[in-house]
Design a protein around this ligand. Sequence first.
Ligand SMILES: Cc1ncc(COP(=O)(O)O)c(C=O)c1O
Length: 546
Amino acid sequence: MLNLIVSKTILLIEKDVRASTSFSLLDSYGLIWLVRYNSTLEQNQTVQVFSMNTHQLMITLDREGEEPIYKQLIRNIKAQIESGVLPAGTRLPASRDLAKQLNISRISVVNAYAELRAEGFVSAHAGRGTFVSRESNQPENPAPITTVTENSSPDTSIRDLMRLSRKPGVISFSSGSPPTDFFPINSLREAMNYVLDRDGSDALKYEVPEGYGPLRAEVRDYVSALGIQCSSSNVLITGGTQQALDLVVQALVAEGETIVSENPTYIGMIDIARTRRINLHGLCTDHEGIRLDHLENYLIDNNPKLIYVMPTFQNPTGHVMPLHRRRQLINLANTYNVPILEDAVYHEIRFEGEHIPPLKALDDTGIVIHASGFTKMLLPGIRVGYIITDGQHYNRLVRVKQAADISTSGLHQRIIHYMLARGVLSGQLERNNRELMRRRDAAIAAAKQHFPPGTHLSIPDGGLVIWAELPHVGPTAAELYISAIQQGVAYAIGSVFYTNGGGAYRMRLNFGAHPPEVIDEGFRRLGRAWRELAVDYADMDKSPLL
Ligand SMILES: Cc1ncc(COP(=O)(O)O)c(C=O)c1O
């Protein structure tokens, strides 16, 4: 039985919490507060919560899986230490208590703790317990290779925490969405009416899996302006870029096989790998993208089925791969015969700097599969994306697409076709990019004014996000999160983008989401939350929490 020693009152900020359950909150010190109740709670109701003298570890176990339970425990605990959820000095539950909590054998916990001790993650003190001994302040790329597998859930508790960004009154910089005030609603109405008048019920029939013919031709012309020469028989229309990525993974990578990617990487690819039971190895990056020396070493020793990269305005770092590295990457892929999946969803959202051709424009062997979509530039809710690929993969992709959803909505495809053909997209891009630059500049100015000295910012020439690193003298991004929510601001916690651990002080901020004055206010709140907490950090007694 865990010992409850401290209590405090909190304001319930999550809605719809059901009766007869309990939930836990992570406070700004990384302490877990356990909330138990018997009746349905209302939003904004105050409730009594209890802090435990040990952390209650949030651990997800796959009891059916092949990985031994003790190894799953090790992986979960390491990830929480590395991401800052379990700071140095935290006392872990006694092996008996953890075994009981998770309904596993005590020997599994004893073995896991022993291995964590051997690797220096925890230390044991006779009669007092097991304590986290390692700080989470790892360098940006702690290890050349890190892996996420289907059952690894380094960030599930952190991702759950980020749902708090939806609390009313919070200025949220956490999503990857384009600004809602950019959405071309009038053009959408016009397009929909036009299409329905013109095509009637034809617009609502099953479409062929390859996609609506006139849209495929329009996409062919559209990408040729970006440097990609193809025919419309190379274009497969998908339900957004996310589905494009998922279809390519399904077509090329079997369960248990491996994709190699940048680390950090797009969270949607982490999800694909996890749900499709595929390994995702993240490799070191620098400001020019994936490190090719690491990639080559990896390709020599391993047998990945796909290289996944975002060469332009990488999510979350915003980095752009220069032309020479693009060419070298393609050479490497050809040498080792591993296809590249190029995710170009931010390619056209450039407001500064020179256009650099997509990888597909530099590919003369068909090694590159290009995925993109119109969601970031037009409307995320009109789910239209595309894959450009050569014959060898095309037919298989069509079959996988058909199995997935028969076809992308014919109405949505016609709407996007109308918007491309009538110049709505080019008009939007020009206006949006101008405004995004204004918001980016406002965000940089506000960050310089309000963020703590020593914060490192990457300043992108395009895309929607800023990648920031807090100084290591204060809280990690995960530790800061609840205080930030209390101050009325939210961001994406950087560690969720890593394939396994790392990025404890990183956060991703969507500067596009708000106009300049709201950005300023949001960043002011964030700076205030950090300063309030950092004072406590300076004074904090680093001895174990007992
Ligand atoms: C890098 C990247 N790829 C793909 C997607 C998915 O985009 P879509 O809305 O087109 O499915 C996103 C969305 O955030 C993204 O950031």
